[in-house]
Ligand binder design. Structure first.
Ligand code: F0G
Length: 357
């Protein structure tokens, strides 16, 4: 008999901060595939590389793992409305889980800097959307301020329930591999997800399920890389709008995670992110949004810079679905728009155009 995945709270009930009084709001998040990427392994000279395909979550990003926890807790505590600042994915997720819970959602997004698909999701799920004249960091300050002073519950990753839910990504990796990878690579914005995977692996070590925590490698876009520069970036700039963040909310947590895992942070240039975005689509078969290619782009950069990855098992979290920000797929390497040719319905002409005749 086929069993349906029950969402991360029910699947990992004993390992999460929940109890029998928790009112569970779920859309069946988690249980995402770990996809072998031999083309990427070959490119970087590693033994094996797997992609943790988080675009398979109900709203198309990893945010759903944390949002099921944050909204469940909010509802359990009687909240009637949730609020978040977002570069797009958190707002899509908050809006969907609020809809499922039958409560209001309010989302604050940086004006003109979120991908169309993500905005459409928030609209579809009936969020109250405000475009703020400012960047993500300004939106987060505003959301915190409102949550402190008014009757709305904050569901950004400064809320520990979010990190708690997102740590389940690491549990799934360990269950699938039956061991810890040597290296785990992620794109980094607020560093909530980086910190969450670290927490998940650490708990698996403490429970004796694995022997060591993988090295945690986090990559940012170079126009938006406070972890690399060691200081907040005032005007973060990158085409990878999801990680266009200058003042990460989980800065201290992530620094501690890097230290303890003997990991690293790095920065990659926008053209290298877009190159990897195309490579993952064309050579691996996994369509992600550009920001989500930043981790794999960092891995390639490390390999090109001389890191020897031979014999290593590496997991790369690809965080969001390519359909959210589809416009990037419709441009070639030079940024020129790609338009499929128009043909008649005659087989001979079509065969000629395809080079078959
Ligand atoms: N990848 C994607 C697709 C994201 O949407 C985000 C963050 C990240 C990576 C980085 O994760 O912040 O935990 O380091 N998006 C947030 C949002 C900021 O509002 O959707 P992080």
């Amino acid at each position: 008999m086929a069993h349906q995945w029950r969402g991360v709270i029910r699947e990992y009930f004993e390992r999460l901060d929940v109890d029998s009084n928790t009112k569970i709001i779920t859309l069946g998040e988690g249980g995402t595939p770990l996809v072998a990427a031999p083309a990427l392994a070959q490119l970087v000279g590693a033994e094996e590389v797997y992609l943790k395909v988080e675009g398979m979550n109900p709203t198309g990003s990893f945010k759903d793992r944390g949002m099921t926890m944050a909204v469940s807790k909010a509802v359990t505590h009687g909240a009637k409305a949730v609020i978040c600042a977002s570069t797009g994915n958190t707002s899509a997720s908050a809006a969907a889980y609020a809809a499922a819970a039958g409560i209001q959602s309010v989302v604050l997004v940086p004006k003109g800097k979120i991908a169309l698909g993500k905005l459409a999701q928030a609209v579809a799920h009936k969020a109250q959307i405000l475009q703020v004249k400012g960047n993500f960091d300004d939106c987060l300050d505003l959301a915190r301020d409102l949550a402190e002073n008014y009757a709305v519950h904050l569901v950004n990753s400064v809320n520990p329930d979010r990190i708690e839910g997102q740590k389940t990504g690491a549990f799934e990796v360990v269950e699938f591999l039956d061991r810890a990878p040597d290296i785990h690579v992620l794109p980094v914005g607020n560093a909530g997800n980086y910190s969450a995977y670290f927490k998940g692996y650490k708990e698996d070590v403490q429970a004796g399920r694995i022997k060591h925590i993988p090295q945690m490698w986090g990559y940012q876009a170079d126009g938006s890389a406070p972890f690399v520069y060691g200081t907040p970036v005032k005007n973060p700039d990158t085409i990878a709008t999801a990680i266009r963040i200058g003042n990460p909310a989980s800065y201290d947590l992530a620094l501690a995670a890097r230290e303890e895992s003997q990991g690293r942070f790095g920065a990659v240039k926008d053209p290298d992110i877009l190159w990897m975005h195309r490579f993952l689509s064309q050579e691996v078969g996994v369509f992600v949004e550009p920001s989500s290619a930043t981790g794999a782009a960092g891995l390639l950069q490390a390999s090109r810079a001389g890191d020897n990855l031979a014999g290593k098992t590496i997991v790369v979290t690809v965080t969001g679905n390519g359909l959210k920000d589809a416009a990037w797929a419709l441009k070639d390497e030079r940024g020129k728009e790609i338009k499929p040719q128009i043909v008649s319905n005659h087989a001979k002409e079509v065969a000629e155009r395809l080079g078959l005749a």
